[in-house]
Design a protein around this ligand. Structure first.
Ligand code: ARG
Length: 467
């Protein structure tokens, strides 16, 4: 039996019927649909619409359904189910008889799908937070292992200054912490319960909304029935956070792709996560990185779809909203499957510290430090900059580094140079010079790692409490 056929004289066009069904994709929401139905049934019993026995039968039927779905995947093969809501009703009636039809008293699929999606997003949010936490943990371990190793930092993709490898890794840790914060923030707005909102104006029975919300571990019931049945902001926000995250991962992937080329040679690709070429026997391709970069485009597409579906929708529920499901599922599943792979990759990748160190020592990356040396000796910085620039020019002509110029040569540019300039030009001294909070001086980086660990432990505790 359909959920709405009474007023119709003609059957649906067969192609249209098949085409408008959401069950092929919203069957992912079975667990959420059952959980929400269970608490609705309890609220119904309190109103007296169903008896205690009927409540038991319904609860039992719903539990059986979850079991059957878990043990036999064929249980979900149902061409006749319009959507997950219809499926649950059909199966319930198969399992417990006509009492199953009583479950839909005083509720609408509009509030149900809104509730199911909130439960889905909340769960996916917590999964994403836990996986991002694991990824940050791996980055922190790699940062600790990197110790005092240095590498060039780039601006404009040109070597700029030396930094600790750990400092560079911590840059990604920061991005991921922001993503965690965004997830925690949008979780608050997701965690409200639409049950009892009805089709658009509120339930037609005096359902205990607070109790339903509590039983599903929502913070509170939603405040307005029109908004609650049509709101998909939480979907958009969640996918937006995933988009941010995917941009971070794609920037990381791009850097790794560059660093793994023979031209850089900073990292050696883990074979476990690479593939070969069917034509060129020597090739080792970093498919994981390229796919990670590509997935950002895919998630941006999902986000865009959501924006365009929601744009201009009048209140309240419209069937267009069904189109918000697939982009949500796609973005969530794409990201949740990618994160552990990225963590695995980072755990396995080999950093070629010698090569990184060499690169950090050439290209006059200590020029700013040299100019700072002069500034400390009273030379106006602009003039110091100019003089060191002239010295760099000489280095370029001679094919050497600043520290390879003699003191006489250096003094031709600026008489303030003394013998101690040479100790100031070493990579270690240049690193130590950046001794500000957030800078690359080793002591600061050590602090940053400790701080990162503290922050991560606190977040993991919170995520654990939600699980
Ligand atoms: N499958 C529908 C969706 O995803 C469920 C809600 C149907 N509501 C309705 N009034 N037709 O949006």
């Amino acid at each position: 039996m359909k959920m709405w056929s009474g007023r119709f004289r003609q059957p649906l066009d067969r192609d249209f019927e098949r085409w408008q069904r959401s069950f092929p994709f919203d069957q992912r929401l079975l667990a959420q649909e059952v959980a929400a139905s269970r608490v609705h049934a309890q609220a119904l019993q309190k109103t007296g619409i169903i008896s205690a026995n009927e409540l038991n039968a319904i609860t039992e039927g719903l539990a059986q359904m979850v079991e059957k779905a878990a043990v036999s995947p064929g249980f979900l093969d149902d061409d006749g189910a319009e959507d997950v809501h219809h499926f649950v009703e059909k199966k319930l009636v198969e399992l417990i008889g006509e009492t199953g039809y009583k479950l839909h008293s005083g509720r609408s699929r509009n509030e149900q799908i809104a509730t199911d999606l909130r439960l889905y997003v909340r769960h996916a949010t917590d999964q994403a937070r836990s996986e991002i936490g694991d990824l940050i943990a791996v980055l922190l371990v790699r940062a600790e292992q990197a110790g005092g190793a240095a590498m060039p930092a780039y601006t404009h993709l040109q070597r700029a200054e030396p930094v600790l490898v750990a400092h560079w890794l911590l840059a990604y840790v920061e991005m991921l912490f922001r993503d965690l914060e965004r997830l925690a923030d949008c979780r608050k707005r997701t965690n409200l319960c639409p049950l009892g909102s009805g089709a658009v104006a509120g339930a037609t029975l005096p359902l205990d909304r607070r109790s339903m919300a509590e039983q599903l571990a929502f913070e509170a019931p939603t405040s307005n029935s029109l908004d609650a049945t049509t709101d998909r902001d939480f979907v958009l926000e969640f996918v937006h956070v995933l988009l941010h995250l995917s941009l971070h991962l794609s920037r990381w992937a791009e850097e790794m792709l560059l660093f793994s080329t023979q031209e850089y040679g900073f990292v050696t690709l883990p074979e476990k996560y690479s593939t070969g070429s069917s034509a060129m026997p020597q090739k080792q391709n970093a498919d994981l990185l390229e796919l990670a970069r590509g997935k950002a485009g895919r998630i941006a597409g999902d986000f865009n779809t959501l924006v365009l579906v929601l744009k201009g929708l009048p209140l309240a529920y419209n069937k267009d909203l069904q189109e918000t499901q697939e982009p949500l599922f796609d973005a969530a599943e794409t990201m949740l499957s990618l994160l552990p792979l990225v963590a695995g990759w980072i755990q396995e990748v080999k950093f070629n510290y010698t090569r990184m160190q060499e690169a950090a020592q050439s290209g006059s990356l200590n020029a700013w430090a040299a100019a700072t040396y002069l500034a400390e000796r009273g030379v106006a910085f602009r003039l110091a900059h100019e003089r060191v620039g002239n010295a760099v020019r000489l280095c370029l002509e001679k094919g050497c580094e600043l520290q390879e110029l003699t003191l006489e040569e250096l003094r031709q540019f600026s008489p303030e140079f003394e013998q101690d300039i040479y100790t100031r030009l070493s990579v270690e001294s240049v690193l130590a010079l950046h001794d500000v909070q957030g800078g690359t001086a080793p002591a600061r980086v050590k602090q940053a790692i400790a701080e990162g660990k503290r922050k991560l432990a606190a977040i993991r505790e919170e995520v654990h409490a939600h699980a």
